[in-house]
Write a protein that binds this ligand. Structure first.
Ligand code: ATP
Length: 281
């Protein structure tokens, strides 16, 4: 049953009649199905996926090409309504009954994509502060916030540079900081490091982990990299292809902060082997 259509949903965890406390950063995915209908051609991209994501959890979606990872993430981002099912963000329905994303709920989401999509004519700090400008924060406050975020991400010396003066890895750091600037409770990331070389990617995985430990936002990240999934995740969600269905959820409990050397450990390697088997590699 769709949560949005369930009139008792709000009372589920409040038997005393009190409204259930909003769980900021929680994501409830309830029976999501997505069918694309392009020029009469129907594609069942995602079928009946249900998943609970806890506030502050780091969740990685992984699966073979075409299994619906991006479809699920775009649906979570409010970019396309599901054909069936419901999504609740911090206790609120993401889509209206007409299938329109609710602006206040989207305001609680930050996005990072494969391409950093920085504005080339704006300096690093002005790119980071862009969402704050939209919120009409004063210039000194925006600068202060960009400086804080720059310090956390190792960008302090580059705040007045233009994007073209940065490496690819640094541009992605700027994109992450821009997403975090308005303090969303949830960060959605679609293959953010897939265009980077292996060493930069390791550095960015480490940086992302440390930033996440600092802010403790809920993160949902899509990747093709098994090692990246095992290194970053609290919970790995495997999707099976054609149509995309929930195959398995694997909890990962290596202590944090996780050093990059963890990837050489036997326990890490056996998790990687398990994931490879699940993915049929
Ligand atoms: N806009 C669209 N219109 C029609 N079909 C689509 C659209 N977007 C995705 N699909 C189809 O839906 C299925 C899932 O695609 P999706 O991009 O979500 O998978 P993915 O797991 O992210 O793939 P990849 O790992 O290759 O990026 C595929 O069969 C794809 O062809």
């Amino acid at each position: 049953m769709s949560i949005a259509a369930d009139p008792t949903a709000a009372d589920r965890s409040a038997p005393s009649g009190q409204p259930a406390p909003a769980r900021e950063g929680a994501i409830e995915i309830d029976g999501i199905t997505k069918v694309y209908d392009t020029k009469g051609q129907r594609t069942l991209a995602v079928e009946d996926v249900s998943l609970e994501i806890e506030p502050g959890e780091f969740v990685v979606l992984i699966g073979r090409s075409g299994c619906g990872k991006s479809t699920l993430l775009r649906t979570l981002a409010g970019l396309q309504a599901p054909t069936d099912g419901a999504i609740r963000i911090s206790g609120q329905s993401l889509y209206s009954p007409e299938g329109k994303a609710v602006p206040e709920v989207i305001g609680d989401l930050g996005f990072v994509f494969q391409d950093a999509n920085l504005l080339p004519w704006r300096s690093v700090w002005k790119n980071i502060a862009l969402p704050l400008e939209v919120q009409r924060m004063s210039r000194p406050d925006r600068r202060r916030r960009a400086e804080e975020l720059g310090e956390l991400s190792g960008l302090s010396e580059f705040l007045d540079h233009l994007p073209r003066q940065l490496s690819g890895g640094m541009r992605q750091r700027v994109a992450i900081m821009r997403a975090l600037a308005p303090e969303p409770s949830i960060l959605l990331m679609d293959e953010p490091f897939s265009a980077l070389d292996a060493i930069t990617r390791d550095e960015l995985n480490m940086a992302l982990q440390l930033i996440w430990l600092e802010f403790r936002k809920t993160v949902v990240l899509v990747t093709h990299s098994i090692t990246e999934a095992a290194f970053l995740a609290d919970k790995i969600v495997l999707l099976s292809p054609h149509p995309g269905r929930l195959q398995k959820v694997i909890k990962v409990d290596f202590p944090r902060p996780r050093p990059l050397e963890l990837t050489k450990d036997d326990a890490f390697q056996s998790l990687v082997a398990e994931l490879r088997t699940e993915l049929g590699e």
